[in-house]
Ligand binder design. Sequence first.
Ligand SMILES: [Fe+2]
Length: 402
Amino acid sequence: MNTEQSSKRRNFLKTTLALGATAFINPIQTMASLPEKVDEFAIAVGPYLQTNFGNEMTILWLTNKVAAGWVEFGEDVNKLNRKAYGKSELGLKAANSKLNCVTLKGLIPGKTYYYRIYSKEIKDFQPYKLTYGNTVNSETNSFINTDISKKEVSFLMLNDIHDRPKSIPLLLDLDKGNKNDFIFFNGDIFDYQTDEQQIIDHMLKPCVDSFAKQTPFIYVRGNHETRGKFAREFPQYFKHVGHAAFTLGPVRFVIIDTGEDKEDAHPVYAGIVDFDQYRIDQAEWLKQEIKSKEFKKAPFKIVLMHIPPRFSGDAHGPKHCTELFDPLLNQGKVDLVLSGHTHKYMVHQPNKEANHYPLVIGGGPKDGNRTLTKITVNSSGLTVKMLDDLGKEVGSYTARRK
Ligand SMILES: [Fe+2]
């Protein structure tokens, strides 16, 4: 790091801590957490919420030094009478880390929960003597534990931000005032992974500032998140960034991690990736998913995947996605596929000869190409509206309930 970079980083740190300090002031705080010096213990970013629903909510945050963390929560804003810790492994509570990930389980459908995050600095960790420093906590935040039997589901998709953090609030503001069950990040939020600070500055902070203390987000990797020296640490900052499936209201959501776009043997990957096998394994998983009771009984099936299953050129990754996933998406009679990757927004209508499903591709990352995609599913059907970064509708799709 040169002198200019180092000074920028110091300035950033000061700004971050100053912003963090403002957020932590609350009248019943037990220990002061107002950092007077740059190296004072503080919450670096968060809390941010992630969930796959099912009456669970995962709360994540980062501190600037290693600590032991927990969440205090409850149904009454004045009585946070329950406490939850990070996942215990082999009898050890999660601790001695800057990263905190606490899942609240067994929540009541439709209930509002109030919560605060706490972190106690670990100043010295000797085998038989642990020395704690200060404890810091956030203000009280709240979220609604979404009832999965709800009749209407709505969410927003952002994709291909490519290290332009200002795009996140700018695009989300186009839907200001409307409630969404979650925000979906469909890959390539970064160009490549460098370090933790990049994840904080370019994604977590804009998310926390805009929505993520109250509304969860869900994230799948694009091909760019697989690149760079920090790609192997990157997944631990999120509940998951790979494939997953869950039910919310009338929708079965299926998320596929489409991996890289070039062949595994390409020199830029230097022999340390194996995306062909990863995609083959996911195709096998998808085959089982479309046979599952949850998938079959859902009135709507929505698939989210960064590289589109068609129409994204003839590089190895896209072609492999078409070969593996497209027949299964047709076979599963999916109602909608949402993608990114091409940087050109487009709505591809269903086609009996090829993709039997509608394919909506969000744009990005440059001004004029960026999109916010809003999806609503209710008793009358499914609606997709894609807005450009000035708020003009540039694509839409509707399907009636069968
Ligand atoms: Fe991409």
